[in-house]
Design a protein around this ligand. Structure first.
Ligand SMILES: Cc1cc2nc3c(=O)[nH]c(=O)nc-3n(C[C@H](O)[C@H](O)[C@H](O)COP(=O)(O)O)c2cc1C
Length: 187
């Protein structure tokens, strides 16, 4: 059985996006992927919790795709987490709706790999800045998958962006086609 993938896409200025636009274009083309644009669906931030929870139940792999903003995600994805990942649904004694599903962060960053190295401006790798997402996945009894990173977005020309998009496509296809037990887990 192919894994059903839900891409929760969050970019508040999508029309000016280069990196996420390229990734989003390929995600939309991958069979078995549902692309859900949160800013498009909820321009006023009034998230339909029931509908979002129902969407989660229909998928096996949940992807958070977004640019890194202030070392985290754009605001709507935080709002989504605050409201949708309810006690009794996503966590807590009876909150097992997401147990056994997988979570992938697919993020783009203006900072280069050097800037996210131990001697770089940011001191820590991007994976370290994603620890709150990793902890959230684990609290919800989900598998935390090795994140997909695009670094140094401002330096990428069209060819480089196309290569990143092709890598994202391969990653999504591999996740779709993997048996759950074979999904590589990080940490
Ligand atoms: C409000 C804002 C905050 C940002 N914060 C960060 C940051 O903390 N770290 C970083 O590496 N890049 C940061 N950036 C750069 C974005 O991550 C980068 O422009 C984006 O990933 C490019 O993707 P796009 O072409 O889809 O917009 C920030 C950009 C904006 C507009």
């Amino acid at each position: 059985m192919p894994q059903r993938i839900l891409v929760l896409f969050a970019h508040p200025a999508y029309r000016r996006s280069r990196a996420n636009a390229a990734l989003r274009d390929v995600a939309r083309q991958v069979e078995g992927v549902t692309l859900h644009d949160l800013y498009d669906a909820y321009p006023d931030f009034l998230i339909d919790v029931e509908q979002e929870q129902a969407l989660l139940l229909r998928h096996d792999v949940i992807v958070f795709q977004h640019p890194i903003y202030w070392y985290s995600c754009p605001a709507i994805l935080k709002e989504w987490q605050d409201l949708v990942l309810e006690h009794g649904f996503a966590y807590g004694h009876a909150g097992t709706a997401l147990a056994g599903k997988s979570m992938l962060s697919a993020v783009t960053a203006g900072g280069t790999e050097t800037a996210y190295g131990p001697e770089g401006l940011n001191r820590h790798g991007l994976a370290d800045f994603l620890r709150p997402f990793e902890a959230t996945a684990r609290l919800c009894r989900m598998r935390w998958l090795e994140p997909f990173f695009v670094h140094g977005t401002h330096l990428l020309d069209a060819d480089a962006l196309a290569r990143q998009a092709a890598a994202y496509r391969r990653r999504l296809e591999a996740l779709r086609d993997a048996a759950t037990a074979a999904l590589p887990e990080e940490g």
